[in-house]
Design a protein around this ligand. Structure first.
Ligand SMILES: Nc1ncnc2c1ncn2[C@@H]1O[C@H](COP(=O)(O)OP(=O)(O)OP(=O)(O)O)[C@@H](O)[C@H]1O
Length: 362
């Protein structure tokens, strides 16, 4: 395979169920060796796309390419793309050894080669000594690892995962996801992962494709989709966002000066595209990119009143009313006095204010 070529290429794929269009002209390149996540709310078409890649369904139009070859019409077993579902899909009556060996036996590999491969997988996935156990005698995380071991034992280079962590409790989920990422890197495989959980997507992925109603709104790195969302939907779905409507009053070499109802903002120009004086825009800023202070005298930031505060362990989340806008502000380093109250000043980081291009109409 050409290194520059994506491992999986999806070009203009559409799929309808009856009169319902689940995917509208999706195009996406999935780089070789990457961890790519399909992220979006329930019903937006993520699973549908995964099933098309795996070959469980066929697109109505458009093409799917794996390693440079068009796979439209090929059955799943000829695509080299095992799918791991959230139920892990282990055979409950088979031992760990037999579960992992299953695909190898189907391939009619000699007994000794099967044993060697299973041993290698047991070692790689930290399952040595558990080969005689049945799935029900394993924890959720261990079952998960057996599912991956089984999928990878047959030498597949692509792993398609549909919400594989959703059966685990919150703490286990965080543990298993970092483990999963590590295993994917070590095995050097291409992973396509479906989730509606934005934290999971941000923490695991090299690339994220954000879906909405059968379309990809934005595809990019986690940093891009988080700090430079293409539109309001992405800004809102991938994390929490503050939106501030305004008008550009000056476009200087290094920055935009934007007037809003509550204040004048300076926005770093490299974030701000090709805006001109007079453009109506919406600024987006994340809660942790605004600092909050009890100091209001002479403060050149925004002045507002705290309407609520909640202690979330690693930070305090405030809601602060400034004019008609309510800001959400996260303070990861609260002072010794605990949560602030009353009137405060807010200081947005000018380098972290993003301007939404699509809303720059006058
Ligand atoms: N076989 C089918 N027949 C009819 N409608 C279907 C079929 N499969 C999926 N759909 C519909 O297509 C839409 C997209 O479904 P899909 O399973 O791809 O969503 P999803 O983004 O994976 O959602 P979730 O996170 O809830 O699994 C949904 O509205 C679903 O009801």
């Amino acid at each position: 395979m050409n290194i520059a070529e994506p491992h999986i290429r999806i070009t203009n794929v559409s799929k309808s169920f009856g009169s319902f269009a689940a995917l509208h002209g999706i195009s996406l390149d999935i780089p070789s060796g990457s961890f790519t996540t399909l992220l979006g709310p329930s019903g937006c078409g993520k699973t549908t796309l995964l099933r098309l890649i795996a070959g469980f369904d066929e697109p109505d139009s458009g093409d799917i390419w794996i390693e440079g070859a068009k796979v439209n019409g090929l059955p799943p077993f000829r695509r080299n793309t095992p799918l791991v579902f959230q139920e892990y899909a282990l055979f409950p009556h088979m031992t760990v050894f037999d579960n992992i060996a299953y695909g190898l036996k189907l391939q009619k590999k000699p007994r000794e080669a099967v044993r060697q491969k299973v041993d290698e997988m047991l070692g790689m996935f930290g399952l040595a000594g558990m080969e005689g156990r049945l799935p029900q005698q394993l924890s959720g995380g261990q079952q998960q690892r057996v599912a991956f071991a089984r999928a990878l034992a047959t030498g597949h280079r692509v792993l398609l995962m549909d919400e594989p962590l959703s059966n685990l409790d919150a703490k286990m989920r965080v543990e298993v996801r970092s483990e999963l990422r590590e295993l994917q890197r070590r095995a050097g495989i291409t992973a396509v992962f479906v989730t509606h959980d934005q934290d999971e997507a941000l923490s695991l992925s090299d690339h994220i494709a954000v879906f909405d109603k059968g379309r990809i709104r934005q595809a990019g790195t986690p940093l891009d989709v988080y700090f430079k969302p293409r539109d309001r939907f992405v800004a809102d779905f991938v994390g929490t966002a503050n939106f501030i409507p305004g008008v550009v009053v000056a476009a200087e070499a290094q920055e935009l000066i934007v007037r809003s109802e509550i204040s004048v903002f300076r926005v770093n120009r490299d974030d701000a595209g090709s805006f001109r004086s007079g453009d109506a825009i919406t600024m987006v800023i994340r809660p942790e990119c605004i600092s909050i202070s009890a100091e209001t005298e002479g403060a050149d930031g925004l002045i507002g009143d705290i309407i609520s505060s909640s202690f979330l362990g690693r930070m305090i989340r405030y809601r602060v009313q400034c004019g008609s806008l309510t800001f959400i502000v996260d303070d990861a380093n609260p002072g010794a006095g605990g949560a602030l109250s009353g009137t405060v000043s807010l200081h947005p980081d000018p380098g972290k204010i993003h301007v939404l291009p699509e809303e720059r109409k006058l």
